[in-house]
Write a protein that binds this ligand. Sequence first.
Ligand code: ADP
Length: 769
Amino acid sequence: MGSPSRADLSRVRQLLRATARLSSAITEVEVAEIMLGEGTETLAARTAAIWRVEPDGLALIGARGYSADEERLVRRLPLVPEVPIAAAVLGRAPVWITSRADYRERFPRSAGRTAAAATSDELAVACVPLVGERDVLGVIAFAFFEERAFDPDERAFIELIAQHCAQGLQRADLYDAERAAREHAEEARRLSEESRERSAFLAQAGALLSTSLDYETTLRSVAMLAVPRIADWCAIEMGTPEASAQVAVAHVDPSKVAMAAELRERYPPDRAQPRGAHHVIRTGVSELYPDVTEDMLLAGAQDAEHLRITRALGLRSALVVPIRSHDRVLGAITFVSAETGRRYGPDDVAMAAQLGDRAGMAIANAQLYAAERRTRGRIAKLQQATAAFAAARTLDEVGEVTVELAVSVVAASRIMLWQLDAEAATLVLLSARGLDDASRVQAERIALDAPWPVAEVARTGEARFYDEAAVRRLGTAATVFAGAAIPLIVQDRRVGVLGIAFGEPRDFVTDERDFLRAIADQCAQAMDRVRAYEESVRAVAARDDFLSIAGHELRTPLTAIHLQLHSIQALARDPQAPPRLLERSAKAYAQSQRLARLIDQLLDVSRVARGRLELDREEVDLSALVGECVTRLDEELRRSGSEVRVAIAPGQRGQWDRLRLDQVVTNLVANAIKYGAGKPIDVVVESHGPHATVVVHDRGIGIDPAAQQRIFERFERAVSSRHYGGLGLGLWISRQIVEAHGGTISVLSAPGEGARFEVRLPWAPLPTP
Ligand code: ADP
């Protein structure tokens, strides 16, 4: 090779310039652009093009000087030896075609086609493979509309161009590979970041759900937690497909949350939509929309404005999962990505489904807990009600208790308690709270045939519960939002109606109804108890009245009989009198005294019942008093056959009611005679420190231990009235008298072994505190 010609020098300069530019080219297209530009200019080629070798042939990556049609023809070329460009690749060596004749001869098949497109008959083509380190990367071709011998310098130059081109392509390939690797790494990092975010979110949301029992607040916190790490929007819908409500919406920007609320207000969601939260609540199946498509927006939009707004939200990807507890779908969580451009995939569905399950579990727990707490609260309230009702003694008190309970326990705003009158024809208002004057007048008396709900409840005996709509239909006051009318029934007897109204809406779930019924039952029972009590008090008072009247009526003629017997006894003492008259009149006198005692007992019953057992204290010699009593019962003692042994310490004096003490001692000794079976009786009077004692001890039939307390009560007896006469009042009255003196009376006895009654009396009245 001689010294380089001028043309060579200029070519080399141009090539240097090309390589300088080539160093900044980073894509194969840029490489092709530079090399083809330089090549055509330097070589004055008519056309130039570069193809890359691909598995299925050659692909054009850049061309110069081709018409659009020509370019289309050569865009993809088969890798076959019949095509000179391909032949250069396959042979890994340049193909130099110096003329059309040369072309026709060496590549007859290809030349035919090229000829058709060629405008000139003159033709030369240079095809040089672009050989990389290992493979042939492509091929560069220059065509000339002239015959050209391609002298060695020119060939060397073209091959140099090819070499630079190959290097450029190789660098571009490397660069591509590196970028791909970088992108891949980036993607992997993003994916792992997302997965980390998902786990962290799930852990935090799970913790929130498991610690709180207020699940609506918790769900809102979960939604807040989701943005923007998991979604740009998070919404939670709870309820049934027909009646669900959005309990939470979250977006990092509060103004957007407000906008979403407005949008929902203006365009209430169509529950029949075949996708979205309502659909998921209905089907219980998760929905994944990796891409929110225009079609979806169109399908969801209710008018052009709606479409415009939803489009403007720029929603990218969406995911909806059910909130499930056991087999029940309680709601749905929706995640939507927008600004962050996140695209949801199966991993997100798995995470969200887990969140839905945890939320479901938490809600089920919270509901269970709330129900249990409600039940426990109600049991406590019922106990409170029972105690309050038990303390009520009058109907008015029952009314007050009912009203207080209805206010404090069920938060009623109006309460009306009616009692059914004796004829079961009218409801009479017993107690009321929260009524205005006009309503109260109306409620005062309600005929059972009146067209009112309470009258109907009293007629049918069935409770009625009114929700807000029902209350409105009834035309009740506007401040009433719910109400109940519950019959008061005791053992199949209707005793009244309890009416309750509430100032806020209530839906009266079953346990609330049961609770109100339980309160009404207690109220009914209390009313009945009070009624029975008042009746018995009335009956006892009537009896006491009768006893008092009858006693006084009997006492008057008896006093007259006493006087008569006295004078008869005086006459009988006359020596002329028939011999047995004295004895007979004494017997009659004793009997009339017994009768007097019985009548006095009856009178005492009514006296004590009226609290009229007044003591008339004076200085009394107990020893003398006991002696007199025993003497007075002389006749009866003789008849019974019992012997009385008296051991009386003399001079036992105290401040007592003489006649009443006489009554006590007479009672005890008379009983000892009556139940003493003719055996000896001991009567002892003694002093025992602060009190005196009187003991009456017989050896008769005795008293069963079980009856020993009872015999001191009114009308209580431990023997059959067929064998022993008596009213069962003596011991009761004795106890009243002894206790009025501040003393005690007691008995020691065993059946068949007699009875020992002991009375202890303080000497003087105890100082009243
Ligand atoms: P009454 O003797 O009129 O029945 P009381 O009140 O005096 O009424 O006595 C109540 C009951 O106590 C009697 O019915 C009898 O069963 C029993 N009782 C009283 N005193 C004796 C006694 N000394 N021995 C056995 N039983 C007695």
